[in-house]
Write a protein that binds this ligand. Structure first.
Ligand SMILES: *Cc1c(COP(=O)(O)O)cnc(C)c1O
Length: 398
């Protein structure tokens, strides 16, 4: 029997109703009630609920200090500012990341040095880092790609040896762990994202976790106009009109409306991860024998947060490339995505001079395809994704 004709080539789509979305937020009635309660309380911005969310996150992660912020981008930016990284300094960052990781380095006036990935966690390659270290290197910014911890043992050893800081971009990795230690307690400084599609959400939001009390205090000051902690109380009946500005800060605080959603989501963080992990293991089982798909693997000692399920197409075995395949999947009624277009291939990144070639990043970026993954995915949604991917692999096989 010849392979079924893809919808993109005039055949019948696997899915005839609504497509399987790439992502769907897992909002519960309790989440909605928590937000509504804050709205009815009348205090909308930074306040006691944000403080409660910070304590709850710190306890959940096992980190001494947690600062809730407007985004992960803000957390990464403030981390570099608080670490006094700026003009004349270099920061090593993987090219395979969301642009924000690179942009914050540019925003503080430092130079991003783009590094290649290793092919087991798809994170920063410690060997490449060694080759890129120089007298001006002040920080490493590993990215826990898809929710899999980076090679943190080796990367932190490099930081210790060189006396430089590690600012970990754990936007994908809330709930992940490295050798039994939760992400957020492994590096000096870790930034998480609570953007709508991330592991848990506050709509928009971020968190900086760190060990050092003074560092946390500096991030708070910098992130709230340079005002002392609790300055938000100046508009309450317990506050005073007096305020003091210690430095020219930024405006990066979280609000109580966001924090209420975060507190409610935090209670389900484990259950949401388990629901994503279940879908991931269904994919892994279903695709185990596909010659032209390379599947994500979890390194021993790692606990994967499963923010994304990213496969690589073995394009040597196929008559089409990733872009065509992604379009064909969309036509079958399955919405895929791509994580990421490497920074140096973006118009904004072309002016950055590459110190070393990035062959693994470039090959990965040409082959990667992110499949739908979200906690409420039904077995029949997963089955449709599997059927559509298989159909296309058969039809486009060489
Ligand atoms: C989403 C994301 C960010 C930015 O998170 P925001 O909370 O939207 O600022 C940073 N890095 C990576 C790898 C991301 O995926």
């Amino acid at each position: 029997m010849s392979a079924a004709l893809p919808a993109l080539e005039g055949g019948t789509p696997v899915r005839d109703g609504a497509p399987v979305p790439f992502f769907q937020a897992a909002l519960s009635e309790a989440d909605i009630a928590a937000v509504t309660a804050v709205l009815r309380g009348g205090w909308l911005t930074l306040g006691p609920v944000t403080a409660e969310f910070e304590s709850a996150c710190a306890a959940w992660l096992g980190t001494p200090h947690a600062v809730a912020l407007s985004s992960c981008t803000a957390a990464l930016f403030l981390a570099l500012r608080a670490a006094e990284i700026g003009p004349g300094h270099e920061v090593i960052v993987p090219a395979l990341t969301f642009p924000a990781t690179v942009h914050v380095i540019r925003h503080v006036g430092a130079e991003p040095v783009l590094a290649d990935i290793e092919l087991d966690s798809f994170g920063l390659d410690p060997g490449e880092v060694e080759a890129l270290l120089g007298p001006r290197t002040r920080a490493l910014m590993p990215v826990d790609y898809a929710g899999h911890p980076s090679r943190l043992t080796e990367l932190l050893e490099i930081c210790r040896r060189r006396g430089i800081v590690c600012v970990e971009d754990a936007a994908h990795a809330f709930g992940a762990a490295h050798d039994g230690q939760r992400i957020g307690t492994v590096s000096d400084i870790t930034a998480f994202s609570f953007y709508a599609t991330k592991c848990i959400t506050t709509g928009e939001g971020g968190l900086l976790a760190c060990r050092d009390a003074d560092f946390a205090q500096r991030v708070r000051l910098l992130g709230y106009h340079g005002m002392q902690r609790d300055a938000w109380k100046r508009y309450t009946d317990q506050g005073s009109w007096y305020y003091e500005i210690e430095l020219p800060g930024y405006k990066c605080n979280m609000t109580d409306v966001q924090a209420a959603l975060g507190l409610s989501q935090l209670q389900r963080a484990e259950a949401l991860r388990d629901a994503r992990a279940r879908v991931a293991s269904m994919y892994t089982e279903a695709f185990a024998t596909e010659r032209d798909l390379l599947l994500p693997v979890t390194r021993s000692g790692a606990l994967h947060a499963w923010h994304l399920y990213v496969v690589r197409l073995r394009t040597e075995g196929l008559r089409v490339g990733r872009d065509h395949f992604a379009g064909a999947l969309r036509a079958e009624g399955i919405v895929p995505s791509v994580h990421f277009i490497p920074y140096h291939q973006q118009p904004a990144g072309r002016s950055l001079e590459l110190r070393r070639p990035l062959p693994r990043t470039e090959q990965f970026a040409a082959q990667c395809l992110s499949l739908p993954l979200y906690p409420s995915m039904s077995d029949s949604d997963v089955a449709d994704v599997v059927e559509a991917v298989r159909k296309l692999l058969r039809y486009y096989a060489r």
